[in-house]
Design a protein around this ligand. Structure first.
Ligand code: ADP
Length: 494
């Protein structure tokens, strides 16, 4: 009998208001039912938003260093439970244990980073234009925040938001992805153990169109952070716009790795192998385009195929497997649709291009690492996000040409350049239109204390991670303290 899980609202674990639930299955073996989770309603969001608003009244008054202490304790607990959480995460979303351990570690890093940020959260003071007057400006929390997350980083992405948001004094209504509700509940358990007061963090499971939409439409929720597809992000932004909410969007990518003639080939091969097929290509920063200088193209591709062929597909919980399954049936069908389009548009599929169904693999949503060569920069598989282990290889003839191709997509999340030429490296850093740029490293590998996000259709100008995330989770309050004892009129009396 599969386990039954609950929402957490106002400090109480509870079912959805109408008692409905949904099933969560292991993508590597769909006979394996992880549990049943509440299929919540707008009424559950209403309750969660109300109690988060109530909890905000006292949470905002707790000194930020103390709020930071709760993050530190949460980090300690995550460290203690690291292996257990990684196993749970691999079971529900498929990536290998090595990768899920990394995902948990990112949460731990964020916890410790945010803990100390509670003792900074710096404001500004500045001279007044009038005598005997003090100008200060400091950060205040936004209020109740909604958090809508995807399934590919089930611990890292929620913690990037929840820890800084809490330190800044906000309370939360959190809706995790339908495919990774178990890891999300573990995060809630951790924060309860760390001493978070009731009502400060509420989790409401369920469908995006119901629970997610209710979060975007609830007037008490003043800010919404969303990570997911560009299509859904636009819906979220529109709903939030109507109520003038803060909205932080982290959406798609079409990330390129450029390899120039003078690159260290071994390094570049390892980079693209990890960037394109790590997490089964299901990262928003995954390498989905490889831009190769034409003079090294054939040799590089030959070696890349040789290495990619050796990647071992299978259940991510089994040691030795390199590539896990696709998250669900819908997503595997989406990949199949793009592969068919690639073939139709004339690209050459030199590896993969089909499901992996040998032995136990047929019980899960496996898809072979796939490489297309002869891809034209403006073709569908070079332009649209596929979110799977599909690499489109494009030829270039110079750095300027490579940068032009890199920038020819709507997205602008991550990109990388392999070269030994320092001038080329700095030109690329200057001219590639992305939020995250790597030199001699793959397109994946963000660190928790650096700003994370992208330009163009990837985002809307906000950043998660590092110090930059506090710009989203706080408002500025400007304070003028006049100790002159008489009326002083700015712009008039000075
Ligand atoms: P994916 O294709 O990876 O499922 P989505 O962008 O659809 O990406 O989902 C990301 C998150 O957004 C999930 O938690 C999902 O439930 C939620 N979501 C989906 N539709 C909506 C919506 N209309 N409003 C708010 N959230 C939504």
């Amino acid at each position: 009998m599969a386990q039954k899980f609950q929402n957490y609202i106002d400090g109480i674990w509870c079912d959805s208001s109408d008692g409905e639930h949904f099933e969560n299955r292991n993508p590597a073996n769909w006979d394996d039912i992880i549990g049943h989770f509440p299929l919540s309603t707008a009424a559950d969001v209403e309750r969660a938003a109300n109690c988060a608003a109530e909890a905000f009244k006292s949470w905002r008054l707790i000194p930020a260093p103390h709020r930071g202490d709760i993050c530190r304790k949460a980090g300690d607990i995550m460290l203690r439970r690291k292996a257990e959480i990684a196993a749970i995460m691999t079971r529900e979303m498929g990536k290998t244990i090595t990768e899920t351990l990394g995902d948990v570690q990112e949460g731990i890093d964020t916890a410790f980073y945010c803990a100390t940020e509670g003792r900074r959260l710096f404001g500004y003071n500045t001279p007044s234009e009038l005598p005997n007057k003090l100008n200060l400006s400091f950060r205040v929390p936004v209020g109740v925040c909604g958090l809508i997350t995807p399934w590919n980083f089930p611990m890292a992405i929620p913690t990037w938001n929840i820890f800084p948001g809490l330190v800044a004094g906000n309370t939360f209504v959190f809706k995790p992805a339908e495919d990774t509700p178990h890891t999300a509940n573990i995060l809630v358990e951790i924060l309860i153990e760390a001493g978070l007061p009731k009502g400060v963090l509420n989790i409401v499971h369920g469908a995006g169109e119901v629970v997610g939409a209710a979060i975007t439409e609830h007037p008490l929720i003043r800010a919404v952070s969303f990570t997911g597809s560009t299509k859904t992000g636009r819906i979220v932004a529109q709903a939030c716009g109507k109520l003038t909410k803060h909205v932080c969007l982290e959406m798609g990518g079409k990330n390129a790795q450029i390899v120039m003639l003078d690159a260290d080939m071994e390094l570049a091969l390892n980079g693209v192998l990890w960037g394109a097929f790590g997490t089964t290509g299901q990262r928003c920063t995954a390498t989905s385009r490889l831009i190769l200088h034409e003079d090294i193209h054939d040799t590089f591709i030959q070696q890349l195929i040789g290495r990619a062929e050796k990647l071992k597909l299978g259940d991510g919980s089994i040691e030795g497997n390199d590539v896990g399954p696709i998250i669900n049936q819908k997503q595997r069908e989406n990949i199949e649709r793009y592969v068919a389009i690639g073939k139709k548009e004339g690209a050459i599929c030199v590896l993969g291009g089909e499901r992996a169904e040998d032995g136990d693999l047929k019980k899960g949503w496996f898809y072979k690492p796939t490489i297309f060569t002869g891809v034209l920069p403006n073709s569908t598989i070079a332009q649209q996000e596929i979110f799977g282990p599909v690499l489109s290889v494009i030829k270039c003839n110079s750095l300027a040409n490579a940068i032009e191709i890199t920038n020819s997509v709507d997205y602008g999340l991550s990109s990388s350049l392999y070269t030994k030429n320092i001038n080329d490296a700095l030109l690329a850093v200057r001219d590639i239109e992305v939020g995250i740029c790597y030199i001699n490293a793959p397109t994946i590998g963000a660190e928790a204390h650096m700003p994370f996000g992208g330009v163009k259709s990837t985002g809307n100008g906000h950043r998660e991670g590092g110090w930059a995330v506090f710009d989203f989770y706080t408002e500025w309050k400007s304070v003028y303290l006049d100790y002159s004892g008489h009326l002083q009129r700015a712009q008039i009396d000075n």
